[in-house]
Design a binder for this molecule. Structure first.
Ligand code: NAD
Length: 374
């Protein structure tokens, strides 16, 4: 059995499997092939793979030969044309947005496992790419904000005068948001947090931040830990409460997302106009529309003396650790679909295997993706 590690598109710095992780597959009698220079931007060069008995090939050779192909981003149409029948793709393909692509892949008889669809269960934690990468994004959002912000984060009392600590507001306390809280606290900021899920209040408080409460949130207990859409009345109350905090904030990190939907607008232009000059917004939800009306994905803009950074791919700015953690997630997942002897064994009775399988046997098999295709 052959597993191919593909080079990512030009905008991506990460690689799906670093040499150490790839070496553990070769111990299972699996042939691992690397696309030439695929790891260069994560400082994992061809020779590092070669010392683990993994050779580098041209992309077209890997596409034709591999039984399982590892990538982070979706493959192009030309790539897919070259795959073996019944080839297996493992990556992060955002099928709730890319459902037409999934239909095409099903028609090509490809089996697709999209790791962003893995159930958020305790057993799946070691394979949860959304968590490992969001954790990096939360950390890096604060570091990026500190880099742009024209003042200090911590409080200082010096002979030349006193500095008050920066006020950081974090909207959305999922994995990224909670890591942002921890990082901002480590830098000495005063942190406030808002989320529609009251369940996160304790976690926020244990990290030394204040939780902003708005009563009347829609019940999200049946949404697998994810947020659900809110009523208009709730949204209005929430906006008023956020407006009060935003006018006092120096840094705002926005992470609010609803799976498969456009990100909610939490910051109106009126709120932006009330922000202090020099304040910074890092919008991690930019790829799904952003949490402000002004956010531009993959751009940094100035709006009324406020810097707004739209970046949902912050994990890519830490390519070595991001690839290390992503690769470990992939390796753990692969153990569910290959035997100890290194043969493919797709067990759809396993809720993780079934949960993230999007296409198989010529069909789209994931119910949510199917319903989007209509
Ligand atoms: P996410 O990226 O989907 O969303 C980020 C945060 O934004 C969430 O906390 C969400 O509640 C919040 N949000 C959505 N709409 C909002 C609004 N209008 N206003 C304010 N906040 C809003 O979240 P995530 O980081 O992927 O985490 C989703 C859930 O999965 C969490 O409950 C997390 O604890 C859980 N989780 C479980 C596991 C596991 O058990 N294996 C692993 C990771 C995450």
């Amino acid at each position: 059995m052959t597993i191919g590690i593909l080079k990512e598109p030009a905008y991506e710095t990460r690689i799906s499997l670093l040499p150490e992780a790839a070496a553990s597959l070769t111990k299972q009698n699996i042939i691992v092939q690397l696309e030439k220079n695929a790891g260069a931007l994560a400082y994992a060069f061809n020779d590092a793979y070669q010392t683990k008995n993994i050779q580098a090939f041209e992309r077209s050779e890997i596409l034709k030969q591999a039984d399982i192909l590892l990538s982070i981003n979706p493959l192009s149409e030309e790539d897919v044309q070259q795959l073996k029948p019944n080839a297996i793709l493992v990556g992060v393909y955002q099928p709730l947005f890319n459902y037409d692509l999934m239909k095409q892949w099903a028609e090509k008889n490809i089996t697709t496992f999209s790791l962003d669809m893995i159930p958020r269960t305790t057993r799946a934690q070691s394979m949860d790419v959304l968590s490992s990468q969001a954790n990096i994004a939360g950390y890096k959002a604060v570091v990026e904000a500190a880099n742009i912000y024209p003042r200090y984060f911590p409080m200082f009392i010096t002979a030349a005068g006193s500095i008050t600590p920066a006020k950081v507001l974090i909207l959305g306390a999922g994995v990224a948001g909670l890591q942002a809280v921890a990082t901002a606290r480590r830098l000495g900021a005063v942190v406030e947090v808002f989320d529609t899920r009251p369940a996160v209040k304790e976690e926020v408080m244990s990290l030394g931040a204040k939780f902003i409460e708005v009563e009347g949130a829609a019940d999200a207990s049946k949404a697998g830990g994810y947020a659900v859409e809110q009523t208009e009345e709730y949204k209005q109350k929430q906006q008023q409460r956020i407006a009060d905090s935003i006018a006092k904030a120096d840094i705002v990190i926005t992470t609010a997302q609803i799976p498969g939907k456009k990100a909610p607008i939490l910051i109106t232009d009126e709120m932006l106009n009330a922000m202090k000059p020099g304040s910074v917004i890092i919008d991690i939800a930019s790829a799904t529309g952003g949490n402000t009306l002004q956010t531009k994905n993959n751009e940094t803009i100035q709006y009324n003396n406020v810097t707004i950074v739209g970046n949902s791919n912050l994990a890519s700015t830490l390519p070595s650790d991001a690839s290390k953690l992503y690769g470990k997630n992939v390796l753990n997942f692969l153990q569910l679909i290959i035997t100890k002897e290194g043969n493919i064994n797709l067990n759809f009775d396993d809720d993780i295997v079934a949960g993230c399988c999007i296409t198989h046997n010529g069909k789209v098999v994931n119910e949510r993706v199917k319903s989007l295709i209509g």
